[in-house]
Write a protein that binds this ligand. Structure first.
Ligand SMILES: [Zn+2]
Ligand SMILES: [Zn+2]
Length: 344
């Protein structure tokens, strides 16, 4: 089979490799059909690391994917060859304190698809995953849903962790796939007043077109000033969705006293900073989001029922042999790219 590997900074290549084997009776061999390129894949591509997680080359990334079951181990009962499935990329151990506390996403022994030192990713023609990582798609459902459900489920989790009532004035700083995922879930929660700040004009347009209450570009106007004029009491909750220090600063300025800052973005640097004075005086609650917890199936159901639409985030498609072009495009934010999909 063919699989893609990172070979160095800004270097991704396709190599020949043996098809992975079913080793455990609960394993499923999956033929990948589609994989979305994620911002975190691009972090590894551009810098070789995210924080303490460092790539040992060669390494296969990719974790937003869907495919067809090719073969199953003896004990597998929930899926069979030919089934279309979403691949849930986070493999939890099931027996540590975190798993027992219902927090498999912070499992002490967590193995995440395409995460350095854990499991090779799914930008390969075939992968093997345990049965419990395979979520069946509904017959009428697009296979793309199996891939877009991954970022969308993070949006659902972030919105759940923010404990919204539906009446908030909220902000989203950064309207990439994660910002859009938060946006769609908040809209579905009934929130009408969503202010979006985004530097890329095409992305800003997507926000405006899909029902943002207000969308602006921080490179063109003073976001805090403009939003304060519309909403003098300021915002109840702001989601930082781009991993940038200036975005975090803006978010804190936009929050009203007692407001909530939800940090979803992954920064390329090691430390955030914020004004102790401002955060304390306003008594801001800071909520950090680590991927998602128990939101995949609910997200897939919402997609199947048409409550949310994953296709809005897909802007580009590439055949697998052009994976390097896809990475180059996303890494350089070219052509208004939101989400690039790799088709096998
Ligand atoms: Zn992702
Ligand atoms: Zn665990």
């Amino acid at each position: 089979m063919r699989k893609s590997v990172l070979k160095g900074i800004n270097k991704i290549e396709i190599i020949e490799a043996p098809i992975p084997e079913i080793r455990n009776e609960n394993d499923v061999l999956i033929r990948m059909a589609v994989v979305g390129v994620c911002g975190s894949d691009i972090h590894y591509y551009k810098t070789g690391r995210i924080g303490s997680q460092v790539v040992q080359y060669p390494f296969t990334v990719g974790h937003e994917g869907a495919g067809i079951v090719e073969a199953v181990g003896k004990a597998v009962t929930s899926v069979k060859p030919g089934d279309r499935i979403a691949v849930e990329p986070s493999v939890a151990c099931g027996h540590c304190d975190q798993c027992k506390a219902g927090r498999p996403h912070t499992c002490r022994n967590n193995l995440f698809l395409g995460c350095p030192g854990q499991i090779e990713g799914n930008l390969a023609e075939y992968i093997v995953m345990p049965e419990r990582q395979c979520v069946l798609l509904e017959p009428h459902q697009s296979i793309d849903d199996g891939a877009t459900s991954e970022p969308l489920s993070i949006g659902l989790y972030a919105v759940k962790q923010a404990q919204l009532t539906g009446n908030e004035a909220m902000g989203i700083i950064g309207f990439g796939p994660i910002g859009m995922s938060v946006f769609q879930m908040a809209r579905w929660k009934g929130i009408d007043k969503i202010f979006v700040s985004e530097k890329i004009p095409q992305r800003k347009k997507v926000a405006a077109r899909n029902g943002a209450f207000w969308a602006g570009n921080p490179l063109q106007s003073d976001i805090v000033e403009t939003i304060s004029a519309i909403e003098p009491l300021l915002l109840d909750v702001v989601f930082e969705c781009c991993g940038q220090q200036d975005a975090l600063d803006t978010a804190i300025e936009l929050l009203k006293p007692g407001g909530k800052l939800v940090v979803v973005g992954i920064p390329e640097f090691d430390r955030w900073s914020f004004s102790a004075d401002l955060v304390r005086r306003k008594e801001i609650t800071i909520v950090n989001i680590r991927r998602q917890n128990h939101c995949t199936e609910e997200t897939l159901k919402m997609l199947a029922d048409g409550k949310i639409d994953g296709s809005i985030m897909i802007t580009h498609r590439f055949p697998f042999h052009k994976v390097n072009e896809a990475f180059d495009l996303v890494a350089n934010y070219r052509n208004g790219v939101m989400k690039a999909m790799i088709d096998f």
